[in-house]
Design a protein around this ligand. Structure first.
Ligand code: GAF
Length: 410
């Protein structure tokens, strides 16, 4: 990887990720290809541009790798990838926001952001060829904020690489390829929530996702609803947090339940409260709490889906608040700043409910707000956040957005 060159200096200042990615690609290509002057990029055609959104998860935390239920919503913040095919099989990748460049040959195994690009290319190459390409990436999804910037990167890179290679995949298949890329290439034992959200969410809707059947159902959010993100400014990193520990605790709890319960249990999805109560003594206390979270969280997702469909936003808000309590107390993936963000949101007029979103141990909280009170609630939370949540807290509204797409083909 080559760091810190100045290809972006020539790019005009541009505001959206799509504009910045296109400008960065043009500047990058104009800068030439020092490493292989025999394989110049193809500059005649306009670039292919793919965008994929970040997400918040309204309810359904840490259920996905237990075959459970989730209710995410893609946000109107995106990773954009501008791409053009090359005449060799190399990927030359410019991360405009980091001022960094990676040059990847098939089989390379880089670190950092380039690991996601290499892993997606590697998985997509298993079925059919992926052509070499110049890629430029720009984003307005904050990183480390629990908004799934990595899945947005994977999906946008994947969609762009398929397009420059003349290939296509159904969105769910691309999501599964990107999910494998994250697990195998980056080492996070994640579930499918983030990749399915970035692929399959629809505008103006939340997505009811059954992680066992992989069936999805869009649930319209309704015009009168606003969504606020409260980014605590405490960065979280799944590879370094207790995330994989939670995955292993669930697996261990499932093994214990299999031993004592006279029932087939494929996953914690097959466990209900009656079964848990009947065998609670056979479980270590920490495993009992983890299972209780997963079982009750699946129920909260069902409730929230039904309530959202019925326009009962108070009930959705109650499910979010109960979900946060469970993630804090039973699953132990919150942190003081997330708890403070949820508490602050919950006491703000117009807020139906709030909870931490994403893997936890930092990152963001999401709040569901009466649309008429959104601006006022955002101002109140923004004003109190530095003192109540932390000096780097950021508060912004977002709209439910569509999943990965090629720009120009929306
Ligand atoms: C992270 C993971 F990547 C998801 O798979 C999911 O488990 C989430 O944390 C918690 O719900 O975003």
């Amino acid at each position: 990887m080559t760091d810190g060159d100045d290809t972006d200096d020539a790019a005009p200042t541009a505001s959206t990720p799509v504009e910045r990615a296109k400008a960065a690609l043009a500047a990058f290509e104009a800068d030439g290809d020092a490493s292989d002057s025999t394989s110049p990029p193809t500059e005649s055609a306009p670039p292919t541009v793919a965008v994929a959104p970040g997400r918040v998860n309204l309810v359904g935390g840490h259920t996905d790798y237990n075959d459970g239920l989730c209710l995410p919503m893609a946000v109107d913040r995106h990773v954009a990838v501008a791409a053009r095919p090359r005449s060799d099989d190399r990927l030359r990748v410019r991360a405009a926001d980091f001022d960094e460049t990676a040059e990847l040959d098939p089989g390379d195994d880089p670190d950092g952001w380039a690991a996601y690009v290499a892993a997606v290319a590697r998985v997509l190459r298993e079925d059919d060829p992926i052509d070499g390409a110049d890629l430029a990436i720009a984003s307005d999804v904050p990183t480390g904020a629990g908004l799934s910037s990595s899945a947005a990167l994977e999906l946008s890179v994947g969609r762009a690489l398929l397009a420059v290679s003349g290939r296509d995949l159904p969105a769910a298949d691309l999501a599964l390829a990107c999910w494998r890329a994250e697990r195998e290439g980056v080492g996070v034992e994640c579930g499918i929530l983030d990749q399915f959200s970035a692929a399959l969410c629809e505008a103006d809707s939340a997505l009811f996702l059954d992680c066992r059947s992989r069936e999805t159902e869009s649930v319209p959010l309704g015009d009168g609803v606003g969504v606020l993100v409260i980014d605590t400014g405490v960065s979280h990193e799944l590879t370094e947090s207790g995330y994989n520990d939670r995955v292993r605790e669930c697996a261990a709890a499932l093994d214990s339940l299999r031993e004592v319960a006279d029932r087939d249990l494929d996953s914690l999805r097959d466990v209900d409260l009656a079964l848990l109560d009947a065998h609670a003594d056979a479980l270590e206390p920490v495993h009992r709490r983890r299972v209780r979270h997963v079982v009750t969280e699946n129920e909260r997702v069902r409730n929230a889906r039904d309530a959202l469909a019925a326009g009962d936003l108070d009930r959705v808000g109650d499910a979010m608040l109960a979900a946060h309590d469970s993630l804090r107390d039973d699953y132990e993936v919150s942190c003081p700043e997330l708890d403070a963000a949820v508490e602050l949101a919950a006491e703000t007029p117009g807020v139906y409910g709030a909870r931490m979103t994403g893997g936890g141990f930092g990152g963001s909280a999401v709040a569901l707000v009466d649309g008429d009170a959104l601006d006022q609630a955002a101002r109140a939370i923004r004003a109190a956040a530095p003192e109540r949540v932390g000096p780097d807290a950021d508060v912004f509204a977002c709209r439910p957005s569509a999943g990965v797409r090629l720009v120009g083909e929306e």
